[in-house]
Write a protein that binds this ligand. Structure first.
Ligand SMILES: Nc1ncnc2c1ncn2[C@@H]1O[C@H](COP(=O)(O)OP(=O)(O)O)[C@@H](O)[C@H]1O
Ligand SMILES: O=C(O)C1=C[C@@H](OP(=O)(O)O)[C@@H](O)[C@H](O)C1
Length: 301
């Protein structure tokens, strides 16, 4: 049905700073700070006049604008419009775009300990209007509230893995949940059978960043990591390295991979620890979109 009233459509896109030239009238001024980044998101507003317009060929006014709150004083202007852009807006636009194609499937975040599955998972669940579940928390609830570390100590890892599989089986019967899995969930094939009823996303974080994050909060809640005194960073790094050696190929079975190194390269960031959880959540939605397009044929995306 054709539009009888003017319509404005807003969407975001990424603009690569090397494509932006300051030729008057053909583009918009970009501050040097933004140009230093490899690419940055812009908000595009397209205004479609009502169909009743006299000329059949409808002229569409396009406005492009964005500004980085994290880059003081730097705005990208289109004409005299300055639109406040922030990560949460891009997250909202991206999540609304792909949500219909999820068809209520759960999203399972997999990755090493400390990769951000809980942190990013909560952000994704809010953006998608999904609920959020943490596998470890559900296992602790099933074990009368004792912690993961106590479960390992009292019952052993095998008991924990059986509980983990049972929790994943229950979650596979649910819809519209973002699930933060435990770092070892990828080890059992039966767990993949359950998780592949949804969409699996691997948060691929460099081991150094993982060791830094976990050292900052301590390893006490993670029984597979060293908990003695001394150089906790190095001991954690070494242990994570040996665990990743055993599991790295399993994580790669995920439907989508979110590489913090790739995000950093695209944004011109030298250090992945500068990437906010929201930026990572946006990349997760982008990689899910790639999966929906390339593996499920939704080329209209
Ligand atoms: N993008 C990020 N940048 C910096 N620290 C982060 C980021 N994401 C998570 N963290 C921190 O890393 C630690 C582990 O995060 P968490 O979400 O619990 O990981 P997981 O659930 O994969 O074990 C937490 O202290 C969290 O605050
Ligand atoms: O990597 C693992 O084998 C584990 C990761 C932990 O979850 P997080 O990834 O949330 O730390 C938890 O399930 C348990 O300590 C085992």
């Amino acid at each position: 049905m054709e539009a009888l009233v003017p319509q404005t459509v807003q969407f975001t896109n990424w603009i690569y700073s090397d494509k932006v030239t300051n030729r008057p009238g053909r583009s918009f001024p970009v501050s040097q700070t933004l140009k230093d980044r490899k690419r940055f998101p812009v908000l595009v507003s397209a205004r479609f006049p009502a169909n009743g317009a006299s000329n059949r060929r409808r002229n569409v006014d396009m406005e492009v604008s964005c500004s980085y709150k994290s880059v003081p004083g730097s705005v990208v202007e289109s004409g005299n419009n300055q639109a406040p852009f922030d990560e949460s807006l891009l997250l909202k636009v991206k999540s609304e775009k792909i949500k219909p194609y999820l068809e209520g499937r759960c999203i399972y975040l997999v990755g090493m300990m400390g990769s951000g599955k809980t942190t990013v998972g909560k952000i994704l669940s809010q953006a998608l209007g999904y609920s959020f579940s943490d596998c470890d928390t559900l296992i602790e609830q099933e074990a009368d509230g004792i912690s993961v570390a106590e479960i390992f100590k009292l019952h052993g890892e095998g008991f924990f893995r059986d509980k983990e599989t049972e929790v994943l089986r229950q979650l596979s019967l649910m819809r519209c949940v973002v699930v933060s899995t435990g770092g070892g969930a990828v080890v059992r094939n039966i767990n993949w059978k359950y998780m592949q009823k949804g969409i699996t996303v691997w948060l691929d974080v460099p081991l150094d960043a993982l060791a830094q994050r976990i050292s900052a909060v301590g390893t006490g809640s993670r029984p597979l990591l060293p908990n003695e005194s001394g150089d906790i960073y190095s001991k954690t790094f070494m242990r994570l390295s040996s665990l990743f050696e055993l599991r790295g190929e399993s994580y790669a079975n995920a439907n989508a991979r979110v590489s913090l190194e790739n995000i950093a390269a695209k944004l011109g960031e030298r250090d992945v620890s500068n990437l906010t959880p929201t930026v990572i959540a946006i990349e997760a939605l982008e990689q899910i979109e790639v999966f929906l397009k390339e593996k499920e044929g939704h080329n209209e995306l």
